[in-house]
Write a protein that binds this ligand. Structure first.
Ligand SMILES: [Zn+2]
Length: 115
């Protein structure tokens, strides 16, 4: 993947808005942090905290109970949480983003992983 292709895909992904219901479905209705079912009051957790250089990129945000999110605070993600995050987005390409098969073959998480 050349620089232009990477830039185009990264931009398209960054512009993508993922609805709350899509996120619930991606997380199978579970809190990212405690793995129990989400109730209606889920909050957005930044896996890599903003205080530590995390971004608003959609891949850095997950749904979590407000209580779990508060307890986590600004701590860095555990290795297990990072694995879980990678698994969450593995192979995910937003609807509406056209990626030619030759590009898709070269597409890896690292290409658009800003955290
Ligand atoms: Zn929770």
């Amino acid at each position: 993947m050349n620089r232009r292709q990477r830039h185009r895909i990264a931009n398209a992904l960054d512009c993508r808005l993922i609805s709350r219901s899509e996120r619930v479905a991606l997380q199978q209705g579970l809190c990212f942090l405690c793995r129990l079912p989400l109730d209606g009051g889920a909050t957005y957790d930044h896996v890599l905290p903003l205080a530590h250089g995390g971004t608003e990129h959609y891949r850095n945000k997950v749904l979590a109970h407000g209580k779990c999110n508060n307890e986590k605070g600004d701590r860095m993600p555990t290795a297990e949480e990072l694995d879980r995050l990678a698994e969450l987005w593995r192979g995910y390409l937003p609807r509406g983003l056209f990626v030619h098969a030759s590009e898709r073959a070269m597409f890896t998480l690292a290409d658009v992983w800003p955290i």
